[in-house]
Design a protein around this ligand. Structure first.
Ligand code: PHE
Length: 447
């Protein structure tokens, strides 16, 4: 069964598409705040340490499995491992479907905010009024679902275009644009009077804040930010040709992802502090605090629009990467790419509808831990499915297919010291670290 096999057009295309997957809402609305709260530069140092050891190792494991198997995630485990491992691929693909369903809803809010900013909806409003307008918008039954549908349709259209003709081409166009916008936002933010306070919050090192809790926060963020554990890298790896040095590629991808997280901090926090607002993470920061900041900032009308364009690009290059593993599986089952993409895209769209309604008219319906549908879906994937998937991928690579994996990264030569370190991390360090993330996410262990 080896029917998919498309390839990336170039190594740069592979790097940009994979970096586009990694660079998402997590870099922009989560990293700056977590870093600021957890010791600034001290946190960033720990985060870098984790990304370039455990993060890189798991990334490389996924890509190595994919390239070696040359097939989709579900078939890969069967093909190069043992049939009993197929469920790891199934778990990862289901995780991807659930994540995309609510990611697309939130991405729809980003598109809506491009339209609202351009239309001047927020002009003259204070934070409270903007907060009220945000709550009313996401709670309304129709508009957010329409934007979710638009976002899903764009994602589907790109993925129908194929690996090099759709995903790669889009990433090669959007990622440079993303960088230009981000640098423009940084330049605006750090030159505002009072920007220093934000820089201090973000960067001043405070080693006293470093604790087991901080390290767990860094691990969890690294894992999510690098898009690990949902078969994305595995699928993208299967499109990489044999000449490409995948070890070098993962370093470049992780570097870009971390660079963007740091630039996002420089774009957001100085502006937030310059206008005396409280920093926060997530939707509150993006859809309430920042529009308020843009209202008082010189050039704010323009910067608000480009900021929401930036968010939409970040979300889009991630969403195409979450759809692809699902599509790859169904094309291997014999469906055409078009049917597979539209079919899975429509299912994902439908699954997103209860997420959207759960922050509005269905807010009384609770699932996990008293949370609505969207928060339950996010909790289930983030706290349970991703860590379990990630841990199994490490165990599979380190213990079940070690010789294949080693050959995949070092060719026919003797494994060097880096390869040996990689195996050590995959066998011992990463599974234990991920187990701790899992236990702390489930609140079985408290850090
Ligand atoms: N890595 C992306 C981010 O940091 C998130 C993401 C999650 C991307 C799931 C793809 C799949 O926001």
């Amino acid at each position: 069964m080896n029917t998919t096999h498309e390839n990336w057009g170039s190594r740069l295309g592979f790097i940009l598409a994979t970096a586009g997957s990694a660079i998402g809402l997590g870099n922009i609305w989560k990293f700056p705040y977590i870093a600021g709260e957890n010791g600034g530069a001290a946190f960033i140092i720990i985060y870098l340490g984790i990304v370039f050891t455990i993060g890189l190792s798991v990334m490389l494991a996924e890509i190595a499995i994919g390239r070696s198997a040359q097939t989709d995630a579900i078939n890969a485990f069967r093909k190069i491992g043992k049939p009993g491992w197929t469920f790891v691929g199934v778990l990862a693909v289901i995780t991807a479907v659930i994540i995309l369903s609510f990611y697309s809803v939130v991405a729809g809010w980003c598109i809506a905010y491009i339209v609202k900013s351009a239309g001047g909806t927020f002009s003259g409003m204070d934070a409270e009024a903007i907060g009220g307008s945000f709550g009313a918008f996401i709670g309304s039954p129709v508009a957010p679902i329409v934007y979710h549908g638009i976002f899903a349709a764009v994602t589907i259209t790109i993925v129908i275009g194929g690996v090099s003709g759709g995903i790669e081409k889009t990433s090669k166009f959007l990622m440079p644009l993303f960088f230009v916008i981000l640098v423009a936002l940084v330049a605006r933010s750090v030159t505002l009077p009072g920007a220093e306070k934000g820089l201090e919050f973000f960067l001043a090192p405070d080693f006293s804040k470093i604790s087991a809790h901080t390290v767990m926060a860094a691990l969890g963020q690294a894992f999510f930010s690098l898009s690990l554990g949902m078969a994305i890298l595995l699928t993208f790896g299967s499109y990489v040709d044999r000449q490409t040095n995948i070890g070098k590629s993962v370093v470049q991808i992780a570097f870009l992802d971390t660079l963007v997280a740091i630039l996002a901090g420089l774009a957001i926090l100085p502006a937030v502090f310059a206008f005396g607002m409280d920093p926060a993470a997530g939707p509150g920061l993006t859809f309430v605090t920042l529009p308020t900041v843009f209202n008082s900032m010189p050039g704010g009308y323009f910067f608000a629009i480009i900021f929401f364009v930036l968010l939409t690009i970040a979300a889009l290059t991630s969403s195409i990467s979450i759809l692809e593993p699902v599509v790859a599986f169904f094309t291997n089952m014999g469906l055409s790419r078009k049917t597979a993409t539209i079919g899975s895209g429509v299912v994902i769209f439908l699954l997103g509808i209860p997420s959207s309604l759960s922050v509005g008219i269905w807010s009384d319906i609770h699932f996990i831990k008293g949370q609505g549908f969207l928060d339950s879906a996010s909790w289930l994937t983030d706290k349970l499915m991703l860590p379990v998937g990630g841990m199994l991928i490490c165990i599979f690579t380190g213990w079940v297919i070690a010789p294949i994996a080693i050959r995949e990264v070092s060719g026919d030569g003797e494994p060097g010291v880096l390869t040996k370190a990689w195996m050590f991390i995959l066998r011992y360090v990463a599974p234990i670290a991920i187990l701790l993330i899992l236990l702390s996410g489930l609140e079985i262990l408290k850090f």
